[in-house]
Design a protein around this ligand. Sequence first.
Ligand code: UDX
Length: 432
Amino acid sequence: MKLCMIGTGYVGLVSGVCFSDLGNDVICVDKDDVKINNLKKGIIPIYEPGLEELVLKNYKNKRLNFSTNLKEAVKKSDIIFICVGTPSKKNSNSADLSQVYMAAREISKSINKFKIIINKSTVPVTTGDHVEKIIAKKVTRKYFSVVSNPEFLREGEAVRDFIYPDRVVIGSNDKKSEKILKNLYSPLISKGAKFVSTNRRAAELIKYASNAFLATKITFINEIANLCEKTGIDVEDISIGIGLDKRIGSRFLRAGPAYGGSCFPKDTKAIVSTADKFKTNLSVIKSVIKSNEDRSSILHKRVSLILKNKIKNKKIAFLGVTFKANTDDMRDSSSLKLIPYLSKRGAKIKYYDPTGSKKEFNKLNNVKFSKSIQGTVEESDLIIIHTEWNDFKSINFRKYSKNKDLIIYDMRNIFSPNKIKKMGFKYFGIGR
Ligand code: UDX
């Protein structure tokens, strides 16, 4: 099939590349000509394992192309995916849909035969209705259909999540489009992905409700971890003990720093804001947002206590600063609060991240990027394992540090406390 992806961010690029790998002809469109020229040269704008290989392979075999010409791309395509950003509005919790509506207006100028227009961007319920109205101003309704097809790709696992999704959700108000899309996704459905068809509004809400539920699960276990720390219990035992109940499930029950990234913080706020518009109080999600925001001060206090309230001149090493492993994304990472908190109080901070130095820390006092794990940790008083990169899981701290009083604060519980204690170091984890 001939597809066009509008927006080459996470969703558009990964989906477009993977669709081309499934045998479709795909044009990925973006306004940013530097990005498009780079993609043509095989330079990928995001860090995402496995993506570069697929871009190079499919660009070479000409199933994948990149363009800044939206009109041409729309004309040539049967299915158009809107994959633009829907960030939070300035000083508001609601989603800024201006890019979605702009894409809809642009598309409407180039419809020359029947097209399916798919909203893959994460959007509040009823956005599809507005997109349909915008296009209907220029085109008769029999020439287009607007469908919702949310994505559930995790950063760092996006290619795998695309190829092996748990489910494909199609929200369509017409059967013809639903059938075409089921066919488009048939290679994934035949490998085991469940196909869920709903009306358009339901699909929009499935996306927000999924992210809000996952954020709730994480926040729940983070609060249980707070209780574990006070009662001498290891939260990992709790996660196993409750996760084995199939009604609960074991995934997304890892206690850690506050959840971050480009989706959960923004989407939990946006669903509450949408519900407010419909005069519905989502009190559970509201308290999840509050609990997650409060979490940073709990973590700050814990670091202070670990250092016996003597932060000044302490040498602190951060291993990992991104919001999770396998991504270079810093959005809403808890390190963005913790590192400034410690820097302000006079700590001397070195940090290492496999994705390199971060501009967010450039202006902070005594915060330096180090190019190696050893260079980061060797003279430190406290090592904070902030992100769960595989690179950190087998570090022999004894080899790297001569400091007998070294303390390790493992914010992702990747080490066994006993193993670290046997090395002669003090160990603190989350909820243990
Ligand atoms: C999320 C959703 O998982 C994905 O389906 C959606 O489409 C986009 O948003 P992403 O933000 O890439 O994906 O990362 P995810 O793996 O979900 O992690 C989000 C945050 O939750 C991270 O800060 C992570 O560290 C945290 N997390 C996740 C936990 O603290 N514990 C867990 O058990 C899982």
